[in-house]
Design a protein around this ligand. Structure first.
Ligand code: SF4
Length: 445
């Protein structure tokens, strides 16, 4: 049986796409391997959102090309956003790559790989607004996870000035709700315990066909009703279009996790305007307050993008004030890097000096780290329900899981991967909790 090795970079959508690609290849007769040496096919599923990610992938592609020597023909392929973004440039920069396939062409990946195995160089990066990825189910055995991902929406219509997604993933299109529910049922039947609904602006999901209109709140209710799935999450909502119906559905449905990742990017209204985010800080902060009033236990995480075009010291200080005021559970924090083809690259000078960007980034990372540590320390002594996801890296006797609020927990011996256990939090590190399973509280659903 031929084997495939996959490395994945970037966001949850890419993780979901890797699961989907592995499902497709499993059905085409491939087995997954964790060792690139000896693999028949090596795929790098890439992200083009940040220049650093692109550089890292170039480095990995060149390192993985070493496995192409020897007796058998090994196919080295680049898939995902970077394939879409760079297209034929990629082959010029990395001539050892045999296959360049964008996200809307995954359905054809098994045949493309076969052609590449015969010695052809294959490039398929056409965007297809009609591709809804229907029927492309992940394989639990291949993904090795208890968490299944369903992309309910692809592409994006917002065109934030710094972002390549509308160019690499195309315009927004929603998966039909029946297909989403079918995939979730199939995941439950194959042993997934949690499902994550993915999209670039997931809370504004809307499917319409004739008279039928299904919004995100309806979809959440349908997904939460699937037996066998214990938890439902979604990533990432957009600060606009997060309706009262969605908040009510989240609050009412016990299976829907009380965690929201709500990208703020900047708290300066003038920077937000240059980013074309479409909201101001007051609107964002009001949404955070509404979410916390409706669900007092909710954890809110965010994204900060510092050093965007023209960001002054005063504009940066607005973001710092928001960080202290809103006290996020955690954050992804980045310094702005210009991406070819975006509106910012064409219209706005990338004029914040690199050392200023780095100083601002280091500051927000440090201050957010302290806030996260304080929030985590306040969890000690609490009882939490933890979904055990994998063995911990530190010790195979311990498991790594997450609370409903998405906080990572190392669970001491006494539970198994895939179990939901009640645990008491004994200790908190700066970004991790440590829990002890409660014997009488074990839940073997
Ligand atoms: S909402 Fe903005 S940042 Fe998010 S994917 Fe769309 S364009 Fe990019």
């Amino acid at each position: 049986m031929p084997t495939v090795y996959v490395e994945t970079y970037g966001c949850q959508m890419n993780v979901a796409d890797t699961d989907m690609v592995l499902g497709l290849l499993a059905r085409a007769g491939y087995a997954r391997t964790d060792d690139p040496a000896g693999a028949d096919v090596i795929l790098i599923n890439t992200c083009a959102v940040r220049e650093r990610a692109v550089d890292r992938v170039r480095g990995r592609a060149s390192a993985l090309a070493q496995y192409k020597g020897g007796g058998k023909r090994v196919v080295l392929g680049i898939t995902g956003c970077m394939a879409e973004h760079l297209r034929s440039d990629l082959r010029e920069q990395a001539p050892y790559v045999d296959l360049v396939v964008g996200p809307d062409s995954y359905r054809r990946l098994p045949e493309h790989i076969e052609r590449a195995r015969q010695g052809e160089v294959v490039q398929d990066t056409a965007l297809d607004p009609h591709e809804t990825y229907e029927g492309l189910d992940p394989s639990r055995a291949m993904s090795g996870s208890v968490i299944g991902h369903v992309a309910i929406q692809r592409g994006c219509d917002r065109f934030c000035t710094f972002c390549v997604v509308p160019f690499t993933r195309g315009r927004e299109h929603a998966s039909p709700p029946d297909e989403v529910v079918r995939q979730v049922r199939s995941m439950a039947a194959s042993g997934f315990r949690e499902v994550q609904l993915l999209g670039q602006t997931v809370s504004s999901y809307r499917f319409s066909k004739g008279e039928r209109q299904v919004g995100f709140a309806d979809l959440l209710r349908q997904v939460a009703a699937v037996d066998g799935i214990e938890r439902v999450r979604f990533v990432s909502p957009y600060p606009l279009g997060f309706t009262a119906e969605v908040i009510a559905a989240m609050a009412e449905l016990p299976k829907v996790c009380k965690h929201v990742h709500l990208p703020l990017q900047s708290a300066s209204d003038t920077v937000l305007e240059r980013m074309r985010r479409g909201y101001d800080f007051a609107t964002y902060a009001a949404l955070v307050r509404t979410l916390r009033e409706a669900m007092p236990s909710i954890a809110i995480t965010t994204d900060f993008l510092v050093g965007f075009c023209g960001e002054s010291e005063a504009e940066f200080e607005d973001t710092c004030r928001a960080l202290f005021e809103l006290r996020f559970d955690n954050a992804f924090m980045f310094a702005y890097s210009e991406r070819k083809g975006t509106l910012a690259a064409r219209k706005l000078p990338d004029d914040v000096p690199p050392e200023v960007k780095q100083r601002r980034l280091a500051y927000v990372i440090e201050e957010q780290r302290k806030i996260t540590a304080e929030i985590y320390a306040a969890q000690v002594g609490r009882r939490e329900r933890v979904l055990c996801e994998s063995p911990s890296r530190r010790s195979p006797a311990e498991l790594l899981g997450r609370t409903d609020n998405f906080r990572p927990v190392i669970v001491a011996a006494g539970a198994a991967v895939g179990e939901l256990v009640d645990a008491v939090i004994d200790r908190a590190g700066p970004g991790t909790l440590y829990g002890r399973p409660l014997r009488e509280g074990f839940a073997h659903e």
